[in-house]
Design a protein around this ligand. Structure first.
Ligand code: NAP
Length: 236
C-alpha cells in the first residue's frame, strides 16, 4: 500500500491528481498540500499547509511520516502575482517577472524535493514527479515568447535531472521525472484557451489520469527524463 503526497493540491491538476490517487486500491493515504488549505476532502486525504520557501518546510514534511512512495509536485504559475504576463517580447521582460517565475516554478519544487528526500524509501520504488511544461524544452522552442515561464521550467527540468543523478546513487529505485500535463482547463491556462482545439484541451481529470499512467510505467532507468502526458519523451 502506498503513501502519496501532492503539493499544490489546491490547483486544477493537483486536485485532480489527489482525486485519482484516492480512488486507487493500492493507495493508503494521500497527503494533500497547499499554501492556503483549500484542497479536496475525503477518505484517505490528509490535508496540510506548507510554505516551500520557509525553514518550516522540513518539519512540515517530516510530520507526514515515512515512507512517501509517490510525491507529485503540481505547483507552478504562468502569470505574475499581480496577474500580468506572460511576456510576448523581450522589451516586456523585467527582473521582477524573472525572479517570481524562477521562484514559483523552479525554486519551490526544488525545495520540496529536498524536504521529501529523507522520507523516500531506499529499498523499493518511489516516484518524485513535478509538473513542468513542454514550453520549457529548449530544443523544442520554435515559437519564442513567455521568456520567464519557459526559462523557469527549463531550470526546473535541470534541477530534476540533477536530483535524479544524485538519487541514482542514494536511492537506486527512485524515479524522478518532469511531466508535461498537456493543455489543461485550469485557472492557469484560462486566459490562453481560446486558440486551443477542443480535443486538445484536457479536463484536469483526463490529464491526471494520463499522468498517473505515465508514472506507473516509469522505471529507475527513466529517472531524470522529461515526459509528456502520453508517455513520449520531450527533449530538454
Ligand atoms: N494548465 C495547463 O495547461 C498546464 C500546461 C503545462 C504545464 N502546466 C503546469 O502544471 C502545474 C499545475 O498547473 P494548473 O494548471 O493546475 O494551475 P493552477 O490551477 O493555477 O494550480 C497551481 C497550483 O500551484 C500552487 N502554487 C503556485 N505557486 C506556488 C508557490 N509559490 N508555493 C506553493 N504553491 C504554489 C497554487 O497554490 P495556491 O492555490 O496557493 O495559489 C495551486 O495549487 C503548473 O506547474 C503549470 O506550469 C499546466
Amino acid at each position: 500500500m502506498m503513501r502519496c503526497a501532492v503539493f499544490g493540491a489546491s490547483g486544477g491538476i493537483g486536485a485532480a491528481l489527489v482525486g485519482q490517487l484516492v480512488a486507487r486500491d493500492d493507495v493508503e493515504a494521500v497527503f494533500a498540500g497547499s499554501r492556503r488549505g483549500a484542497v479536496p476532502q475525503g477518505a484517505k486525504i490528509v490535508p496540510f499547509t506548507f510554505d516551500a520557501l520557509d525553514e518550516s518546510l522540513a518539519q512540515t514534511v517530516a510530520a507526514l511520516g515515512a515512507p512517501l512512495d509517490i510525491v507529485l509536485i503540481a505547483t507552478g504559475r504562468l502569470t505574475r502575482a499581480d496577474g500580468s504576463g506572460p511576456e510576448k517580447a523581450l522589451r516586456q521582460l523585467d527582473a521582477g517577472a524573472l525572479a517570481e517565475q524562477f521562484s514559483d516554478n523552479a525554486i519551490v519544487p526544488a525545495m520540496i524535493a529536498r524536504a521529501v528526500q529523507p522520507l523516500l524509501p531506499r529499498e523499493r520504488r518511489c516516484v518524485v514527479a513535478a509538473l513542468s511544461a513542454r514550453v520549457g524544452s529548449i530544443g523544442d522552442n520554435r515559437l519564442g515568447g513567455w521568456h520567464a515561464y519557459r526559462a523557469s521550467k527549463a531550470a526546473l527540468n535541470m534541477l530534476l535531472r540533477t536530483i535524479a543523478i544524485e538519487w541514482a546513487r542514494s536511492h537506486p529505485r527512485a524515479v524522478v521525472a518532469a511531466l508535461h500535463p498537456g493543455t489543461v482547463a485550469t485557472a492557469l491556462s484560462a486566459p490562453f484557451q481560446r486558440g486551443v482545439a477542443p480535443d486538445k484541451l484536457f479536463t484536469p481529470a483526463m490529464s491526471a489520469a494520463a499522468l498517473l499512467r505515465v508514472i506507473d510505467g516509469l522505471t529507475p532507468a527513466d529517472s531524470g527524463g522529461f515526459f509528456a502526458w502520453d508517455g513520449t519523451m520531450i527533449p530538454f
